[in-house]
Write a protein that binds this ligand. Structure first.
Ligand code: CUA
Length: 166
């Protein structure tokens, strides 16, 4: 069967692209595994409330200006209810739940994660604009789901943040 030269070029090109895609899927599957877009850190849901870290949710400002926010997501609130973080600095959220699946979405930002019992949800982001942001639960978690919200305040002046707030 005669196949035109240009047709052959396209066929080989398309085949090469498919092979590259399959190889990249295979490599990432076996080298990086299938994991949630977070780190794998487990926690016993029954111990969240009394946990040395999650039992005392709050904000820690580090010497380099970055912040770590420890959050308990419970039916039906985020603790602390009001979170103050610095503007323009890396803010790492660490979230755990003692009950069931919640969402943690900081409206108007790229901060959005699932909180799954048994795991610590962690992500880091930078807030470029000071102001008040709404945190909402975006996973249906029961009769009080629509009341599950919190407040994030991004401070222009980091010295306004006074350590751990509940
Ligand atoms: Cu928590 Cu919906």
């Amino acid at each position: 069967m005669h196949v035109d030269l240009y047709e052959r070029i396209w066929m080989w090109g398309a085949t090469a692209i498919i092979v590259v895609f399959l190889i990249s899927i295979g490599v990432t599957t076996f080298s990086q595994a299938f994991v949630p877009p977070s780190h794998i850190e487990t926690i016993d849901p029954d111990e969240v409330r009394s946990h040395s870290e999650f039992g005392e949710p709050g904000v820690t400002i580090h010497a380099d200006g970055s912040a770590t926010v420890v959050v308990q997501a419970i039916m039906y609130a985020f603790l602390p209810r009001e979170i103050h973080v610095p503007r323009g600095q890396p803010v790492t959220f660490r979230i755990a739940t003692p009950d069931l699946i919640h969402g943690f979405q900081i409206a108007q930002t790229n901060g959005n994660a699932m909180v799954v019992p048994g795991y610590v949800t962690q992500f880091t982001t930078v807030f470029e604009e000071a102001g008040e942001y709404l945190i909402v639960c975006n996973e249906y978690c029961g009769i009080g789901h629509h009341n599950m919200f919190g407040t994030l305040i991004v401070e222009e002046n980091p010295s306004a943040i006074t350590g751990a707030e509940r």
